[in-house]
Ligand binder design. Structure first.
Ligand code: ADP
Ligand code: MG
Length: 468
């Protein structure tokens, strides 16, 4: 930890070390990424192989951590040595002490370290991302009901008539944000409560594994032990009869004992064609609330809030312009700001109206419906490499299957927001270090082998095509 540093360790030229790291990093990322995300990093100390750097904002840190963690780890290990670590501090007066402390002790190992220390140590992980809070969730007409119910549930989990709480709506409108915010709020206010968040995909994968390992009872009683069960994108239960059946029983047990159940879907319960009728009717017991695409005012408010978080100064005129032209979903609004930031820092330009216009136009031409997930990636990789999909989860050491699995892991890391842990679970319950290893070895092969790197590009294009 920072506080344990002895101040008088040999003064090593941390600037030179960081410069070397930058050199390596530069070889591995595009010029734009390099300028936007790496150039602004300032080294401040190197002591006991721990390199301390200063970042411009918390957002910055989260972005780098999410996207370049592997690269950074690899680089500092190479330059500083095997036990090298990176810690961050944030150069921002607006950051409160708690954040600063949380960040200061953060190492470049991503998993688990983001979280504030839980007050009660449960022996399981909640999988909640603390980035999703009520504070940074902007409310407008489009999400008012859902937000109000979410507040009531957080005050009294399991004790309202909103059980289950079923949130539905289109892609990128804030469903995941809202339900994770409920989870985080409950964890903060009622630390003794057992709260877990997971996607339907993960639930299914874990269930299948529990069957294989002959541990269905353990699986089921684990979820029945929760006070708050949050499951995202429940529409993916369609076509999975066995999982539905088990979920039905877990649902009943939890509901009877007044435990809170929170679900999301892309459509209202009654439109979930192909889902067991018993489930559909139960989903309607509590409250179903939809989230609509945000109105102009809400879009502006969201952009304003996000630009503040990103530490950008953007005029109202520009915010209005973006909000008027990007109307479909919030993920895209956010993407536009990030792109604008990147465009501006790449050319070390001010954020001008013209630049905003250009950025919005670029987004328009690149617009894709983002349906990319681990399943679609796996499917494409297997088809492309002519491997049966179920083989990819096997324990086999057959070379071509190992290769396919590593590729699929790597692409999942690159193309989705899934955590290493989630990715590992998808590929036969491997732990996150296996995923790190897979990504590193693909990364390495890519630099050495042109054909392989072209294969990766082909796969990426194919995955994007398949998901539009
Ligand atoms: P969904 O689960 O509906 O596809 P997400 O919850 O993943 O959508 O939201 C997409 C992005 O938009 C996330 O980064 C989220 O933080 C942001 N977002 C969504 N709704 C809001 C809101 N009301 N206020 C602020 N940010 C939002
Ligand atoms: Mg979601």
């Amino acid at each position: 930890m920072i506080s344990e540093f002895s101040e008088n360790t040999t003064a090593i030229d941390y600037s030179a070390v960081w410069k070397k790291c930058l050199g390596k990093i530069k070889e591995n990322v595009t010029q734009m990424t390099y300028n936007t995300w790496f150039l602004p990093i300032k080294p401040v100390q190197l002591s006991n192989k721990i390199l301390k750097v200063e970042l411009p904002s918390r957002f910055f840190w989260e972005w780098i951590d999410e996207h370049y963690n592997l690269l950074i780890n690899k680089t500092i290990t190479e330059i500083i040595g095997p036990e090298a670590k990176l810690t961050y501090i944030i150069d921002e007066e607006t950051e409160d002490d708690e954040n600063l402390l949380g960040v200061a002790v953060k190492t470049s190992y991503r998993e688990h370290t983001i979280k504030e220390k839980p007050k009660v140590n449960h022996n399981f992980e909640s999988f909640l991302n603390t980035r999703y809070t009520f504070d940074n969730f902007i409310t407008g007409e489009s999400n008012q009901l859902a937000r109000a119910a979410a507040g009531a549930i957080s005050d009294n989990p399991g004790g309202t008539s909103f059980n289950p709480f079923f949130v539905y709506g289109g892609v990128g409108l804030g469903k995941t944000h809202l339900i994770q915010a409920i989870g985080n709020e409950i964890v903060n206010r009622f630390p003794e409560k057992r709260v877990i968040y997971l996607s339907t995909d993960i639930f299914t994968v874990e269930f299948v594994e529990s069957i294989q390992a002959n541990k269905v009872n353990e699986f089921s009683s684990f979820y029945r032990s929760m006070d708050v069960l949050i499951i995202d994108d429940i529409q993916f239960l369609i076509g999975k009869e066995k999982t539905q059946d088990l979920f039905f029983h877990i649902f009943n047990m939890l509901h009877q004992s007044k435990k809170q159940i929170i679900l999301t879907s892309d459509k209202p319960p009654k439109n979930l064609k192909g889902l067991d009728e018993r489930l559909i009717s139960r989903f309607q017991w509590g409250l179903s609330a939809d989230i609509q695409p945000p109105e102009l005012e809400t879009r502006i408010a969201i952009l304003r809030k996000k630009s503040e978080t990103f530490g950008m100064t953007v005029s109202s005129e520009i915010l209005d312009y973006i909000a008027s032209n990007i109307t479909s979903n919030i993920r895209e609004l956010e993407g536009c700001l990030i792109k604008l930031l990147a465009n501006a820092s790449l050319n070390s330009k001010e954020i001008t109206f013209d630049l905003a216009k250009k950025t919005v136009k670029e987004i328009g031409t690149n617009r894709k419906i983002n349906n990319i997930n681990i399943e679609s990636i796996t499917k494409t990789v297997c088809t492309h490499l002519n491997i049966a999909e179920n083989k990819i989860r096997d324990k086999t050491r057959k070379k071509e299957i190992v290769r396919a699995r590593q590729l699929a892991m790597f692409l999942s890391k690159e193309m989705t927001n899934a955590s290493l842990k989630t990715i590992g679970l998808h590929f036969g319950g491997r732990d996150h270090s296996t995923v790190v290893h897979a990504c590193a070895s693909v990364e390495e092969a890519k630099t050495k082998d042109r054909i392989f790197s072209e294969l990766i590009e082909d796969l990426k294009n194919q995955i994007e095509l398949n998901s539009t």
